[in-house]
Design a protein around this ligand. Sequence first.
Ligand SMILES: Nc1ncnc2c1ncn2[C@@H]1O[C@H](COP(=O)(O)OP(=O)(O)OP(=O)(O)O)[C@@H](O)[C@H]1O
Length: 344
Amino acid sequence: MSVAVKISESALTASESPSRDQDKPVVSVRSLSVEFPRLSGAPTVAVRDLDLDIRPQEVVGLVGESGAGKTTLARSLLGLPPSPGHITAGRFVFDDKDIFGLSAEGIRQVRGRDISMVVSNPRDELNPLKPVGEQIATVARVHLGLSRREARQRAFDILKAVQIPDPERRMKALPHELSGGMAQRIVIAIALVCSPRFIVSDDATSGLDVTVQAQILQLLKELILKRDSSLLFITRDIGVAAHFCDRTAIMFKGEIMEIGGRDSLFLTPRHPYTIGLMSAFCHNDRLRQVWSTQNEQIEVPAGHGGCPYADRCPNASQTCLDQRPELKQVAEGHYVRCHYEVAR
Ligand SMILES: Nc1ncnc2c1ncn2[C@@H]1O[C@H](COP(=O)(O)OP(=O)(O)OP(=O)(O)O)[C@@H](O)[C@H]1O
């Protein structure tokens, strides 16, 4: 059975805001698959035939448990799938450029300047021996061709923008002299210093205090609106996604199981996995009831070619084992990959 499920061009582009419907996506991912080879047996498919569009000024959340493929997707979009993974299929068009078609040097030029990534472990990202101001300024000099003085000014401005207290002094600090939250802001400052049009945040704010996290999210949103950028916001926290993202995609085993605008997705979640995530998060009795109501008890054999969620799903039926579900529209801008309604 073919596992490739194609969806219409409009499926993932739809936003709930009518004015945005005319906007052209700045990020357009089509049929992306990424695999990790294994010593024996079939490779691990970390991202499977994934489509995603993001428009200017849009914040799209990507939520899923550990191992869902979020980081693999994020790093693949920067042309750096985690080793030994490799992109086996798909296109990524960013600002009319076919990113996967660029040379290594071409991708390097785009990365950091037009597309940047913020990760959750700032200590690994920063050079421990170099003052943080210099690290930010270097990125601006390399990518924007600024003079030393201009780059330094730009580094100072971005430190102020990410609300680093006493930025003049912090410019000279080494990473170990900063708190974790401050080091995280430095990494965000590096990602933003060239005003990229596309930012990928991979769990970048989860280690921060709740209040600092709220400030940083607010700041990210303001910068995205001001600079007409787009943000792919990866998180395991569905509550943060509900609060912060215009649309959210729920990912499981390398596939998007549900995607929708904030109101539609979070007020009327349709996929059993989304409902499970939400009921765990918000202790909602109604959701719990939906989650715990079993339609059919069935044996789920390993290696079946059906729904990737079947072995965890309280509603799995024979249809779910026989057919891989397509992403289908259930409301405006809201798509679900589930046989549930037809199987019932
Ligand atoms: N370097 C690697 N070598 C082999 N398999 C890998 C590697 N990195 C990831 N994988 C596999 O790819 C799949 C997706 O992993 P990935 O790290 O992208 O998930 P994730 O959703 O980002 O998880 P987390 O939230 O824990 O970071 C998993 O099955 C994982 O085991």
